[in-house]
Write a protein that binds this ligand. Structure first.
Ligand code: ADP
Ligand code: TRP
Length: 325
């Protein structure tokens, strides 16, 4: 494990992963392995703010762990654990709450958006950013790769780190930086909008071949006749194909759009094949993991142990600073 910079991020266990989650969250996390000391966790406490089904939560945590490992998370390189396996994070969340001004949370649009979508306006949902700050500060994290939607939560985290340091002395908390993924990494869904489970326009990473083919065939296109040239800009098929195809394949796809003589059905077939081949090695790895039922529990248990070693040091430092020890 490379020492020095500590990289941390959390993923909510919220159902089947889609291609947008893979390119937006998992692949970047996997690629950061080796560039620092990576702490990756499954944010199960956070998931409780939007779901109330214990069996579903348990299942989603397991699925996410399996998928993340299949997608290249290497437990030799990263500390991989579930958030609730280090319950001390709640202790830090409480300490942070005591220095958190209410207006800081009142400003958070994620809370307002979720309430507008019908999620119940409970205390946990409101205090979500404080727990997230605790996740980050508990491990003295330096870099936090997140999607654009989490930018404000990182700002809250930085404000709380500043508050803690102003109130209890410099060095109480380590100041983290967000790594915000570029706009270009926004993956488009089958209807041309952002791929999101709330829009029902996703391609799962580990879907059944026939089902995914069907989804690909449903991608919205225009009605240009087969023999005519087809637009390449704003094409959902091309945007998705870019993620999976190599350079010559992509060049051919574009050339065939421009020349005419090929139908959208043909392009979509190529896309479905490229998708299937892209995830093939991960599918194999996933089957191997599934065939070894104890493996995931073992990885998460070891990860939790490592995470607790680190968190204990940081929490002790903070508790000393605030006078709890
Ligand atoms: P969803 O929109 O399907 O509910 P989440 O909000 O649970 O997805 O996203 C989990 C992670 O996946 C976040 O880090 C988010 O930035 C990333 N992500 C989700 N959808 C996309 C997308 N279409 N393009 C890029 N990244 C995405
Ligand atoms: N709120 C993040 C999301 O929904 C998940 C998360 C929880 C997280 N704690 C974190 C991300 C700490 C980064 C760091 O995507």
């Amino acid at each position: 494990m490379v020492c020095g910079m500590r990289i941390l991020t959390g993923l909510q266990p919220s159902g089947k992963l889609h291609v947008g989650n893979y390119f937006g969250a998992m692949k970047p996390a996997v690629e950061l392995q080796g560039q620092g000391e990576c702490f990756y966790f499954i944010a199960d406490y956070h998931a409780m703010t939007s779901g109330r089904d214990g069996a579903a939560l348990r299942n989603n945590v397991r699925e996410l762990a399996i998928d993340f490992l299949a997608c290249g998370l290497d437990p030799e390189k990263s500390v991989f654990f579930r958030q609730s396996a280090v319950p001390e994070v709640n202790e830090l969340a409480w300490i942070l709450s005591t220095v958190c001004p209410l207006p800081l949370l009142n400003k958070c649009h994620s809370y307002k958006d979720k309430v507008a979508q019908g999620v119940s306006a409970n205390h946990a949902l409101f205090a979500y950013p404080v727990l997230m700050a605790a996740d980050i500060l508990l491990y003295d994290s330096n870099k936090v790769p997140v999607g654009k939607d989490q930018k404000q939560h990182l700002e809250v985290t930085r404000s709380l780190a500043t508050k803690l340091n102003e109130t209890y002395g410099e060095g109480t908390a380590v100041m983290p930086d967000a790594i915000i993924k570029a706009e270009t990494e926004l993956v488009i869904g089958t209807d041309g909008r952002k791929m999101s489970k709330s829009y029902n326009n996703t391609l799962p990473i580990f879907g059944e071949e026939k089902k995914v083919k069907k989804l690909v065939m449903k991608i919205t296109t225009d009605s240009t006749p087969v023999e005519d040239p087809k637009p390449t800009e704003d094409s959902t098929v091309i945007a998705l194909y870019k993620l999976f195809a190599n350079e010559p394949e992509l060049a051919k796809m574009i050339a065939d759009h421009e020349s005419g003589g090929f139908g959208y059905g043909d392009f979509k077939k190529r896309l479905a094949e490229a998708y299937w081949d892209y995830f093939a090695p991960m599918r194999v790895r996933r089957e191997e993991i599934l065939a070894d039922p104890g493996y995931v529990d073992e990885v998460l248990a070891k990860g939790a142990e490592r995470a607790r070693e680190e968190s204990a040091k940081v929490l002790d430092r903070i508790k000393r600073a605030v006078g709890l020890v």
